[in-house]
Write a protein that binds this ligand. Structure first.
Ligand code: DAH
Length: 345
């Protein structure tokens, strides 16, 4: 019996030595020490031994078991270390290798313009407000002094959804919404940048475009406030040397109304292809809020007055960044958009 135990021990030792993986080692353990293993089988057969032999054999089996167990534990640790090293080796990172280029997105030119304008107007005490793009005829036209059938409606080619709903043609709709929401509360000082839609599509017009609207209402607001504000606006966007020219014009929601031109920032006013040799570029529409508009939207025109202005964001972006085709702004072509990477970030 002693020999048998010795044999089991030696074989197991050899196998432990040879085991190359944790799984193989476990198989050795089960074979020698497991419930159905060789040593257990031996212990079960001890009944056949004499009472003198039993304790001797029993002690020997326990000794061998302890010895094998500690060998297995050692080997287990060695194998674990080996596997870890192998893994570390295979996952090694070479920090000296050049990295692959990380492509960074850039802000869209229109968003740049919007952020710049919002910062400017907020610094002058304005709020930034929003309105729906799917608008009602009432807010886009009627409350702006453009009743149904008014000839000036033809100035804007409208996408009608139903007879009452349309895609707003101008952010001026937010003027009426802001007044109706404030009802005689003053002062109102808001700008509203956003998307607008008209049935146009060529190199200088897109069916979707951006506008920003400004509205100020309080007691004692005059044309001087409008002029001063627009001067700050235009100089900030297009350069301190810009000169402004107010040309009398017509908008149904303002009286008097003006179109504002800026001295050509390309030729400085001498005349070039950008300004069509005139030295001036039309930049925005503006005026004093029409008394009818004040009245219709809850403000007493005897007590309150205000000014409003509106301009196209795309045109501003085209001027500022020298973009020649408005459709580029909406084409999502990365070759175009990449050019604005980090520009004036
Ligand atoms: N909404 C006008 C347009 O789209 C622009 C405009 C003109 C806005 C005069 C105004 C304004 O607020 O007072 O052509």
């Amino acid at each position: 019996m002693k020999e048998q135990i010795e044999q089991i021990k030696n074989l197991a030792k050899e196998e432990i030595e040879k085991a190359e993986s944790l799984q193989a080692l476990d198989e050795v353990r089960v074979k020698a020490l497991g419930k159905k293993g060789e040593l257990t089988a031996l212990l079960r057969g001890m009944g056949a031994l004499s009472p003198e032999e039993r304790p001797i054999i029993g002690e020997l089996v326990n000794k061998v078991r302890d010895e094998l167990e500690s060998l297995i534990t050692n080997k287990e640790q060695a194998l674990q270390l080996m596997e870890l090293n192998k893994k570390l080796e295979s996952e090694k990172i070479d920090l000296t290798l050049p990295s692959s280029k990380i492509v960074r997105g850039s802000k869209h030119p229109i968003n740049r313009i919007i952020e710049e304008l919002e910062d400017l107007f907020v610094s002058m005490g304005y709020d930034v407000v929003d309105g729906p793009e799917l608008e009602t005829d009432e807010y886009c036209f009627e409350r702006l002094n453009l009743p149904k059938g008014h000839p000036a409606r033809d100035m804007q080619d409208t996408f009608y959804i139903t007879t009452e709903y349309l895609l707003r043609t101008q952010t001026s709709s937010v003027q009426a919404r802001t007044m109706m929401a404030n009802k005689e509360k003053t002062p109102i000082r808001v700008v509203c940048p956003g998307k607008t839609y008209r049935r146009d599509d060529d190199a200088t017009h897109s069916h979707q475009f951006g506008q920003i609207e400004g509205l100020v209402i309080d007691e004692g607001i005059s044309l001087a406030h409008l002029k001063g504000t627009l001067e700050v606006f235009v100089k900030h966007m297009l350069g301190e040397d810009s000169k402004l020219r107010f040309r009398p014009s017509y908008f149904p929601f303002t009286e008097p109304s003006y179109e504002v031109d800026v001295s050509c920032f390309k030729c400085g006013g001498k005349g070039c292809n950008l300004c069509k040799q005139t030295g001036w570029i039309e930049i925005l529409g503006s005026g004093m809020v029409h008394p009818n508009v004040l009245k219709m939207n809850g403000y007493d025109p005897e007590k309150y007055s205000g000014f409003a202005f509106g301009t196209g964001l795309d045109r501003l972006a085209m001027f500022k960044y020298g973009i020649t085709d408005i459709r580029l702004i909406y084409a999502n072509d990365v070759r175009f958009l990449n050019q604005f990477d980090r520009k004036d970030d």
